[in-house]
Design a binder for this molecule. Sequence first.
Ligand code: EPZ
Length: 417
Amino acid sequence: MSKFLINGGTKLSGEYSVDCAKNAYLPIIASTILCKEEIILKDCPFFADIDNMILILRNLGMTAERKGTELYINGKNAYQSYIPTELAKVIRSSIFALGALLGRFEKAKVAYPGGCDIGLRPIDLHLKGLRDLGVKIIESHGYIYCDASKMHGGQVYLDYPSVGATENLIMAAVLCKGITTIINPAKEPEIVDLQNFLNKMGAKIDGAGTDIITITGVEELHGTEYRPIPDRIIAGTMLIAAAITGGSITVKNCIPQHISSLYTKLQKSGCEIDVKSDCIFLQSKDRLDSISFLDTMPYPGFPTDLQAQMLTLQTVCKGYCIIQENMFESRFKFVPELIKMGANVRVHQRTAYVSGVPSLLGADVFATDLRGGVALVLAGLCAKGYTTVHDIYHIDRGYSHIEDALTSLGASIKRVE
Ligand code: EPZ
């Protein structure tokens, strides 16, 4: 199993250009099921999750081929609406295909999704919303059987602004006769990007990023070319990598407003921050101040996907920090690995109590999930001595050869197969 060998202590310095967003690309790829013409997606990152979503499309009978940095997709020959367990269980976003399958075929048989082990990851909001639109759903033997022959436009109120449920319902409604409104949807930038992509294919969607999304059903979608938005979580991760090593970085090709909840906190900690239209410059210092409190919230609040990276930074800041993880019940699984490195953290249910120490010490640690795994890499970058991060397949799901990016910024890190 591959692992990272890291020799900590180097202050990162340099420029980094952000890839397109994993969490924009995945629902966009799923939504191509709705179209029978060629679609070209630009700057397709080499994330494992994207490769797994491509396999799902091919299993449906579609073509999906990487050609350099572009992804060519054509749904013309899609002939089935079935996603087997072995494909569905690998990624959470397999469930995003459900809405698109119902929009295209008016029926689907989909196995329960997988994804990062950061919590139960229920799909009740997805299914409740689809039932509100007239979809008949039976859950049996690990599969979700859907009959959307009588699906209709309607109103769906989401009890919680679930990202995936919002995306699923948008995709189910795009080709559905009538008008569908989603009340209390997720407002993440990736939802707005999905709306923009689908509208470019001829859909009629309005309101993404606000409290009400309206979808007016259309007959069909046409092919297009599209470049999804930059990955705000990778942008934030790289800012924190420079901050934790006392270095500096210019993060280019990003949308600063998407991570204003992060850089404002880094500024408060003592980082010098300079924000331009598509890049952020950060200059850290030897030891930052703790931010005292952090609450993960739906967008535009602080993103849960940057919690592990921020918690790791807090372990070497001056002072104390209380971190409340409101989104997922098991998003502190990486903390015992940080404690092996000398971090002073106590976890009680969804709250972590962090007391900053002057420095961490290198150790053998094991990635538990995507963002917890990359947080351990950040810990290794600033720790004294050598750190080995095992099970890095978790990290490859959402970062494309992160060791190359960090090496270009001066880090001493290498992948060992
Ligand atoms: C998306 O997951 C992202 N994944 C996650 O990123 C991200 O952490 C999350 O949104 C929140 O921003 C992708 O986009 C592929 P949710 P999703 O539905 O859609 C509860 C990463 O690291 N919930 O908004 O699964 C759920 O348990 C990944 O890139 C229900 O109760 O997130 C959680 O507590 C991790 N019932 C909360 O809502 C449901 O039917 C937020 O989940 C659905 C969700």
